[in-house]
Design a protein around this ligand. Structure first.
Ligand code: UD1
Length: 451
């Protein structure tokens, strides 16, 4: 199927290279499983991909202009990227996802304003087409999203914000039906809670609205900053990125641009936790420490050493036991909810105990029963899990129902005695490029079994 980032780097410099296109069609990974044998210390290099959660929003931003937009460092092989490519193609965008991590997107005309259920149900982030479609085309119908099973996950903030900008919106037959026949108008929008998706959706909508939009209590995640920077290259007028107040002056038209996608901090953090758990020394290539301060502070307390080395990050842990540390998930710059499951897995083998509190999503402890089946000692009460360290985990057959829970079970398998089989790995393919090659190259025993 897809080229690995590892293989992206391997072509010989003097050979002319054919750059293949990756098909947006996704073959079902159905019953595929991952087999992991525990015990290896990790040693070597892991290339980090561009951030999925930035890439998806960049793709939607290409709806805002009739000129071509080009992104580099794109995680093009991810199922989420390819699924969104299908949604956008349906709306009139031509999408070329290249095997070298370049994506070239052009929406000469919007040919449909409907994002149908069949496509949107596979990925919640599709709701982000709502703002750009309304802003450029004055009309949008988007099926209410599916995606990870993380509790209710409403989209009320997206809808209220667009209404404040003058859109008329109805919920009908499972669709969000929105119209702005006279165009959107700038507004002051004060979010009651910090929402990544709503901030991005409204920021995009505001780029082409009349007048000024002020987003208060805006989310500050690095992927939003990255998106804002790309929009600025496209001609948008945006101030305050990375702060709780973003100001956008609407312009008449946006233009094409070229932008390099920020590194995936969640993938980076996942591999940091893997080294914490297994021990060893790994160089994470082409990524940063500064956008993971909350995680790194906790990893250091637990006994993992981390330092930036030029464009790479070095992660090291010797044989000593990890110390128990408490974490609580919060909006950025707090501890990311998308790293909670991986950190909890690391705590299963700690000295003493660690407490994990999840404040962003309800129903985000789905990995806990599976970790317990592998021998972990975890007690859940409400949104808190107390993890008491045990001496070892034991391999088992396990299954996960969301992206980060799935990867946390892979991590558990890396240290468990014997063999672990992770079922239903569809979710992993949504968000981790080449995980088998990346972990295999640093010494892990991991293989994909066709179902
Ligand atoms: C994004 C990320 C996801 C990450 C999450 C939080 C993408 C594709 N996904 O999801 O990986 O876990 O940020 O960092 O970028 N909420 C409402 N009403 C709304 C919108 C959100 O109540 O209209 C609530 C949610 O239920 C949740 C909280 O706000 O409790 C934060 O959600 P949000 O930041 O919007 O997450 P996503 O953008 O969906």
């Amino acid at each position: 199927m897809s080229p690995s980032p590892a293989s992206k780097a391997k072509g010989k410099a003097d050979e002319p290279q054919t750059i293949e296109l990756i098909s947006a069609e996704v073959k079902s990974s159905g019953l595929d499983k991952m087999r992991v044998v525990g015990g290896a210390r990790l040693k070597g290099d892991i290339p980090i991909s561009g951030a999925k959660n930035a890439a998806l929003k960049h793709m939607c931003a290409a709806l805002l202009t009739d000129e071509p937009v080009q992104f580099t460092n794109m995680p093009n092989s991810l199922i989420d990227v390819r699924t969104l490519a299908q949604v956008l193609n349906h709306l009139g965008m031509t999408v070329a996802l290249r095997s070298d991590g370049v994506a070239i997107l052009r929406t000469k005309d919007i040919t449909s304003h409907i994002a149908p259920y069949d496509l949107v149900r596979k990925m919640r982030a599709s709701v982000i087409v709502l703002g750009p479609l309304l802003a450029r085309h004055g009309q949008a119908e988007v099926s209410l999203p599916g995606g990870c099973a993380l509790g209710g996950r409403p989209v009320d903030l997206h809808i209220q914000g667009l209404k404040a900008m003058g859109a008329e919106i109805d919920l009908d037959g499972g669709y969000i039906k929105a119209k702005a026949p006279k165009g959107l108008t700038g507004a002051v929008i004060n979010f009651p809670v910090s929402s990544v998706g709503a901030t991005e959706n409204l920021m995009m909508a505001a780029t082409l609205a009349k007048g000024e939009t002020i987003l208060k209590n805006a989310a500050r995640e690095p992927e939003i900053v990255d998106q804002g920077e790309a929009l600025i290259k496209m001609g948008a007028q945006i101030e305050g990125l990375g702060t709780p107040e973003i100001r956008i002056q609407g312009v008449d038209k946006l233009k094409g641009a070229v932008h390099d996608v920020v590194a995936d901090r969640i993938e980076t953090g996942t591999y940091m936790c893997a080294v914490g758990l297994c021990g060893g020394q790994v160089r994470l290539q082409n990524t940063r420490t500064d956008f993971l301060s909350a995680l790194i502070a906790r990893l250091e307390l637990a006994g993992v050493e981390i330092k930036q080395d030029g464009a790479d990050v070095l992660v090291h842990r010797n044989g000593s036991k990890l110390k128990g540390v408490d974490i609580m998930t919060e909006p950025y710059p707090g501890f990311p909810t998308d790293l909670q499951a991986q950190f909890m897995t690391m705590l299963t083998l700690c000295e003493g105990a660690g407490m994990v509190t999840e404040t962003i999503f309800e129903n985000r402890f789905m990995h806990v029963p599976e970790l317990i089946r592998m021998g972990a000692n975890i007690t859940v009460q409400g949104n808190t899990a107390l993890v008491r360290g045990v001496d070892k985990l034991k391999g088992a057959e396990v299954m996960a129902t969301d992206l980060r829970a799935s990867v946390s079970l892979i991590l558990a398998g890396l240290v468990a005695d014997g063999e672990t089989t992770v079922n239903r790995i569809y979710h992993l393919d949504r968000g981790y490029e080449d995980i088998v090659a990346k972990l295999g190259n640093v010494g892990a025993e991991i293989e994909r079994l066709k179902g």
